[in-house]
Structure formats: C-alpha cells, structure tokens
Design a protein. Structure first.
Length: 320
C-alpha cells in the first residue's frame, strides 16, 4: 500500500495531454515532514543519461508548465524532477480559499525539497545532480544551495532575490506585511493583486512573462483544461515572508559552486538590482542578460530558448 512517503511514493495525476512534455512522465504524492501532501513529477531521457536537473518552479506554477523544458532537457540526455510547492499546483493548499497563494514560513519550502530529494534517491535518478530554479524557486533554491545541496552546479532564471515594486510602495508593503498578521489579516489577498490567475486576466500584449504568443497560449490552455491548478495573487503573509527571506539571503555570502543566472532585459516582476548584486558577489558565477527577454526565459521565443538551453547544457557538461 502506498503511503505517500518517499520510500513508498503514491501515484499522483500527471496531465500529459496538456504538459507537452516527453513521453514517460510520471508524478507522485509525497508527505512532507510536517504532514502536507505535495506532488513531484519527473521525466527520464531515452538511452544513457547525463545527470538529473532539479527544476524549481516559481509562484503559481505547477509540474505540467515545465513539460516543454523537460522535453528539451531529456532530448539532451538529462532527467528532470520538478515540484508542486505547498500551496500551489495539486499540492495541499494552505487556506480555505484555495485561489490564494500562501505559506506559513518561507523556510517551510525546504521541507518540500527534502521529500523530493528522498524520492530522487529512491527512484535512482542519475547523478550528477544540478539545480535550475525560476523566480520564487530561485529564492528557495538559493537557500538550499547555501545549505550544501547535493548538486554540482546551479542556474537561475529571473530569480526572486527581491520583489520589484516602486520606491514609494516598498515602505508601505513593509508596514502592511508587518501589521496585518498582528491584526489577524495576514491571510487576506494582497492589495493590488487579483484572485484570478494572471494569464486569465492579462492580454498577451500586456503580459510580463513571455514574448512568445504560443507559450502564453499554452499557459492559458493548461489552466482552462485543469482549473484545479489555478492560483491567484498572494496573501499578505506570503509577501511578508518573501521579503524577509530575500533580506536574509542577501546578507549571506554566495555559495562556491558554479552558477549561471539569466535575466531578461524586460524583467518587471522581480527586483533586478538584487540579482546584479548577488551575481557580482558570486566568484564562480556568471550573469547573462537576455535581450528582449521577459520574466520566463525558459518559455520565451524559440531563438531565446535555444540560446538559454545551449548555455545550460554547457554549464552542466563542463562540470561533469
């Protein structure tokens, strides 16, 4: 009988029909150390493998969104493992209103990683292991690497090492995120955000994610086909926890392993000065600016994607 532990993972739904990923994808339910159920998915390459990529998604994201990226990596010989973080995808949602993005403590995401790493060992996913982390996953992944993650290299795309906001709004956000929990309002939707998924409330021409209409349409189609994956704006508590985590990470030195970080020239979701600052302090790191790139360079136009995947392959291969 499957109990959802990494040693005995229970099968979970995997929506291959919307993932557009490689054949043979699978997902499992796992129970974290604090009793939450998360979903972890993986794909394996055909033939000999060159290693495994731990692909950490951003806020609101889910396994199937990274099907095209997994297809690219498996074609290059890499297995891929990715996670529905607590509070999103098909993982346990943390508030009665499941449309709200929320986390109790930002460090709790490390418990999701711990369960996924155990599963990777049980599945005997091939070594060496590498990290590729996007947006919120970039903050989660940076803490993991700083703690000695069992990966040889790490890469980040539009990492959330700070949250983009106007100068006048930042002190307001700090005050609101500090006071709201004390007033019992921390679980409320963050003002200025929507309870509806971003891609359903935004026209392609106005979106901050990608310049590729095909990729943007895929995101919309996925959430229409599987509304259980939908997630709207974050809670006030999520914002407070995220800002605090970014401050804590910024105060720490960079890890010693090789790193490549991609930053779109048109990035307008995460704080770009924080990314420049971190990479200026990463002795074995490289910051690559992506002309005309928006937030999700892994889901950008075909020419941008090709350059990004080629550079990632070089990073992973050189280390081996």
């Amino acid at each position: 009988m499957h109990d959802g532990s990494p040693m005995d993972p229970a099968p979970a739904p995997y929506f291959a029909e919307i993932a557009e990923g490689p054949d043979g994808g699978a997902a499992h339910w796992l129970i974290t150390s604090d009793g939450l159920r998360i979903r972890v998915g993986h794909w394996r390459p055909e033939g000999r493998s060159r290693g495994t990529i731990f692909l950490f998604p951003g806020r609101t994201e889910y396994i199937e969104k990274y099907g095209p990226a997994a297809k690219e990596f498996t074609a290059r010989g890499y297995a891929v493992l990715t996670i529905d973080w607590r509070g999103q995808g098909l993982a346990d949602r943390l508030l009665d209103d499941r449309r709200l993005g929320h986390v109790g403590r930002f460090i709790d995401y490390q418990k999701d990683i711990a369960a996924a790493v155990e599963l990777a060992a049980v599945l005997d996913l091939p070594q060496p292991w590498h990290l590729l982390a996007h947006s919120m996953g970039g903050a989660i992944g940076l803490r993991w690497v700083m703690a000695g993650a069992p990966v040889e290299t790490c890469a980040f795309t539009g990492p959330m090492w700070g949250i983009h906001m106007s100068p006048w709004l930042r002190p307001v956000a700090q005050v609101v995120s500090a006071l709201a929990p004390r007033l019992g309002q921390g679980n409320r939707l963050l003002p200025t955000t929507s309870i509806d998924p971003y891609v359903h409330g935004t026209e392609f021409e106005d979106n901050l994610l990608t310049g590729d209409p095909v990729m943007f349409a895929m995101m919309q189609t996925q959430l229409t086909a599987q509304p259980g994956l939908n997630l709207g704006g974050p809670s006030i508590d999520w914002l407070g926890e995220s800002m605090r985590e970014c401050r804590l990470l910024a105060a720490r030195p960079s890890p010693g392993i090789p790193c490549v970080t991609f930053l779109g020239s048109d990035e307008d979701i995460v704080d770009t000065p924080a990314i420049h600052d971190r990479m200026a302090r990463w002795d074995n790191g490289e910051l690559i600016m992506v002309p005309k790139g928006r937030h999700e360079v892994l889901m950008e136009t075909p020419d941008i994607r090709a350059r990004v995947f080629d550079r990632l392959e070089t990073l992973f291969t050189e280390r081996r």
